[in-house]
Design a protein around this ligand. Structure first.
Ligand code: F6P
Length: 322
């Protein structure tokens, strides 16, 4: 099949570097003589026929911007057959022969469904959570984890000045990558992740008390969102240890900001590779990073892969966080 026109969309939670990926897709496709359509607000744009023509200048001045110029959304309507059918009709109307779908696992499931309905799609992994099983790295993680580090460093300043315990929640409903990496980088006393259940008394409070006995006066506890309430944990720590404790939820500040070098470069490579596949009529694939190289997998296989939690880094954190 000769691929003349491709679409590009961003879907799910935005991630710094999505713009760099869109730019790479548009410029690579144009350089191959293809036309490019920007699909607005993820799969909703396909259902609602919200499509814009992209040219070489449409993606100027975006490589350094966080967020996504194409807007993003989660689309419950696209999970229904009716929504998918409307999306297919929109593709036919605009002559879209294939789509690069930038986002997380939910985005990949949409790409799989659309591929099964005859529109070849290639997924590009972008989420600050780094929780996509088929890839070692997702666009946005490096920027977000550096934001977490900066924020926790600030919390450390005030915790140190007041001899307090700062309990900070970072994003990650089902995955602790942001918590683990920022926790190690900030010298957290304890890091709580959804992958490993810890005992509050033994693993958190006793650890704080042991460190206190060696002269430590301020404490950082980094908690992934999926673990539970930081307010409750801070109260518990304060009531048992007597250490003045405060809870902070970093929230959506972690999703914004200028993408790092790592995110811009990875996004550029992955966007380029996604178009290489689509230009050959190859769909139902996702691009991924493996051992530092860009590879691609069947979407079905990618969605069924499992990602090992970094037990080693968790062990390192435990050994050096006294
Ligand atoms: O998937 C990325 C993510 O940032 C998660 O870490 C977080 O739980 C979720 O999105 C928040 O989503 P929303 O922006 O819809 O509140």
């Amino acid at each position: 099949m000769k691929v003349k026109t491709i679409g590009v969309l961003t879907s799910g939670g935005d991630a710094p570097g999505m713009n760099a990926a869109v730019r790479a897709v548009v410029r690579t496709a144009l350089s191959k003589g293809m036309q490019v359509k920007g699909i607005i607000r993820g799969y909703n744009g396909l259902i609602d026929d919200d499509i814009v023509d992209m040219n070489i200048r449409s993606v100027s001045d975006i490589i350094h911007r966080g967020g996504t110029m194409l807007y993003t959304a989660r689309s419950p309507r696209f999970r229904e057959e009716e929504g998918i059918q409307m999306a297919v009709q929109t593709c036919e109307k605009h002559g879209i022969d294939g789509i690069v779908c930038i986002g997380g696992d939910g985005t990949f499931r949409g790409a799989r469904d659309l591929s099964l309905h005859g529109v070849p799609c290639v997924g590009v992994p972008a989420t600050i959570d780094n929780d996509i099983s088929s890839t070692e790295y997702t666009i946005g993680f490096d920027t977000a984890v550096n934001t977490c580090m900066e924020m926790v460093d600030r919390l450390r300043d005030t915790a140190q000045s007041h001899d307090r315990c700062t309990v900070v929640e970072v994003m990650g409903r089902g995955a602790g990558y942001l918590a683990l990496h920022s926790g190690v980088a900030c010298g957290a006393t304890t890091i709580l992740v959804p992958e490993i259940r810890l005992d509050v008394e033994k693993d958190i409070i006793d650890k704080i008390l042991n460190s206190q006995r060696t002269g430590k006066k301020h404490f950082i506890v980094v908690v992934a969102e999926g673990v539970g309430s930081v307010d409750r944990l801070a109260q518990q720590i304060q009531s048992v240890t007597g250490i003045d404790s405060r809870a902070t939820v970093l929230g959506h500040v972690q999703r914004g900001g200028t993408p790092s070098v790592r995110d811009r470069v990875t996004a550029s490579k992955m966007g380029y590779e996604a178009v290489q596949l689509l230009s050959q009529g190859i769909g139902n694939r996702v691009v991924a990073e493996k051992d530092g190289k860009i590879v691609d997998y069947d979407i079905y296989d990618a969605l069924n892969m499992e990602k090992d939690f970094d037990e080693y880094l968790h062990e390192v954190a435990n050994a050096i966080s006294n």
